[in-house]
Design a protein around this ligand. Sequence first.
Ligand code: SF4
Ligand code: SF4
Length: 358
Amino acid sequence: MNKEVIKIQTLNENKRMSTQELLQLITLKISEGYTDFEIAGCGQHNIGGSSWAICDGDELKFKITNPGQRVGAMALKGTHIYVEGSAPADVGWLNSGAEIIVDGDCGDTASHCAAGGKIFVSGRVGTRSGALMKHDPKFEPPEFWVLKNTGSFGFEFMGGGIAVICGWDCEGLESVLGNRSCVGMVGGTIYVRGKISGIADCVAIKELNDNDIDFLKNGLDEFLKKINKTDLYNELTDFTQWHKIEPLPPELKKKKIPVSEFRKTSWVEGGIFGDFIHDDFVVYPLPAVGDGRVHIPVWDSSPCIDCKICLNNCPNSAIKENNKQYSSDENLCIGCGICEAVCPKQAWKLISNRNEIS
Ligand code: SF4
Ligand code: SF4
């Protein structure tokens, strides 16, 4: 192992190193035995990701400024990443064991899909952060610590792991979890300090028990040391301010309703794109035929050379040929577009079956 710190400046005289060049350079240096990197980034993606897989079991360290998206994505145990300043979207996406510290704010989807390791953030995190976090019981659960608050739609479909949202410096906010967080949450625990509103009805807000308080006391000690904010320990360990959020057991969850009823009663009025497309609230079978198709194929006789490629490749045997004239049967056609893709003469053209967007 070579203890020298590799310093990489990725912007020289207005020439920017690409993501590929940077990751290849890191890979080369790791193969030469270097494990300690200081990277002055310029928006390059995936820094510090799965690099540990190619090192010889040593600990890998990255100190990064100005990273691009997915810093620490899929990073493995034995990887330590410190971001000086803020980082954009997808910090620690599918983190698989690394320690990632962001000394600033994170963009959207921080800790998205995290399955292991710990992510510490000294500021705020954007929308959909913590979504799809998960826990394989063979490993320690992933942890996601945030000093301030999250954007809306956080922890969607969370299946496991632990998130701690400290709500510090959030006195003016209506909810430190934004709006509509925890939709579809089925596992894991979110500890949260401060005001919460607008969260999904599939979760319960609970008081802390002694085990929760022990976990938070120890964890906050570690977290605040990592982000150099130990002076906040007393303020954040007033546990009268904290709650935990966990999914309701299945028997207490609201009964499922058919999609068509959901669209009538719960969908955004007029549909998400209601300004542009009329929503008839009809749920078509999948895959749809006839009027339910999003696209329909139209045949043009002039370029056709009667090769029969379309006839032989239509997955639903919808194409008919009669005296070198081709057509598709609307009761069989699913609008998949294979005829258009395979025709060597562009005789089939797929067009929209929605007047509003044609
Ligand atoms: S769109 Fe698909 S289903 Fe319809 S005719 Fe073409 S290949 Fe067949
Ligand atoms: S693949 Fe094209 S050229 Fe060949 S038969 Fe079908 S429409 Fe005609």
